[in-house]
Write a protein that binds this ligand. Structure first.
Ligand code: NAD
Length: 260
């Protein structure tokens, strides 16, 4: 296969919406998900699953046009350590592995999916551990939070991973640029998927989501966010590299107006 777009978490939510949008525009899509409906079934919460995902995708398309590191677990997932595996290592290890294959494609680019959670939370020490590859220390740090509050551990794991994902993109601007591959990040706000449904039905988490300020529209469909990802993958955005874009109806700007 030529010029494929590889999408993780392709079986539901944003990943599925993006797969549908790109496929209907004639793009070749290779979907990766733990759900067996995907082109490649792989569990990104394990080292083996991540390696399988990369090798299987490259067997189908050695020089893909794009990679979208989208798969993520919700902050209310029962195992906060799995959040570190999927939401951080499932992004970082996959993007690291796809850089050189992407550089073999004239139009190679990638998008990582962060979250509005990056603007409102995260633990500095945990984020540094993730970015510096100190995963055992990250787990020990998270375990301390887990001992006192399981809900908080999920929130801290999720937000810290989403900050790390956005910083990974910015820190890799030079390396990826030197290899001719554009790398950007989209950070959605309230996006109407199964993940949001779960969060809104959680007694402790729902009030925080409801308290997010709304600039223009309170929430958006996954396909609205997919349209922005598709733009970042297109030639129309060929001068955009190393950026983090909040697609959130204005929430992030309202929360921290002085950050540019
Ligand atoms: P979702 O839960 O609706 O879909 C996630 C997909 O990822 C599913 O198909 C699931 O099977 C897959 N997945 C989960 N764990 C996996 C694993 N271990 N291995 C392989 N695949 C796995 O989520 P969504 O709302 O579409 O979220 C997509 C991305 O957007 C995530 O990174 C999420 O953190 C982010 N995000 C979502 C929202 C929101 O409001 N929904 C807001 C901000 C950011």
């Amino acid at each position: 296969m030529q010029d494929a777009v590889i999408i993780t978490g392709s079986a539901g939510g944003l990943g599925k919406a993006l797969s549908d949008t790109l496929s209907s525009n004639g793009s070749n899509v290779i979907g990766i998900d733990k759900n067996t409906s995907a082109d490649i079934t792989a569990d990104l919460s394990t080292t083996h699953g991540r390696q399988l995902a990369v090798s299987s995708a490259l067997d189908i398309c050695p020089h893909p046009k794009a990679v979208v590191a989208n798969a993520g677990l919700s902050p209310i997932h029962e195992d906060p350590f799995a959040i570190l595996e999927v939401n951080w290592l499932g992004v970082k290890e996959l993007l690291d592995s796809f850089l050189y294959p992407l550089s073999g494609n004239r139009a190679g680019c990638a998008v990582a999916i962060s979250s509005i959670g990056a603007a409102v939370g995260g633990d500095k020490e945990l984020i540094n551990c993730l970015l510096e590859g100190r995963i055992s220390e990250a787990k020990a740090n998270l375990n301390t939070v887990l001992q006192s509050n399981a809900t908080e551990a999920g929130i801290v794991a999720y937000s810290s991973c989403k900050v790390a994902v956005a910083q990974y993109v910015r820190r890799n601007t030079k390396l990826w640029g030197e290899n001719g591959v554009r790398l950007n990040c989209i950070a959605p706000g309230r996006m109407e998927t199964a993940m949001l449904d779960g969060l809104l039905s959680h007694d402790e988490i729902a009030p925080g989501i409801e308290a997010l300020p709304t600039g223009i529209i309170k929430s958006a469909s996954a396909s609205k966010v997919a349209d922005v990802v598709a733009f970042f993958l297109s030639d129309q955005s060929s001068f955009i590299h190393g950026q983090v874009l909040y697609v959130d109806g204005g929430s992030e700007s309202l929360i921290r107006p002085n950050i540019i």
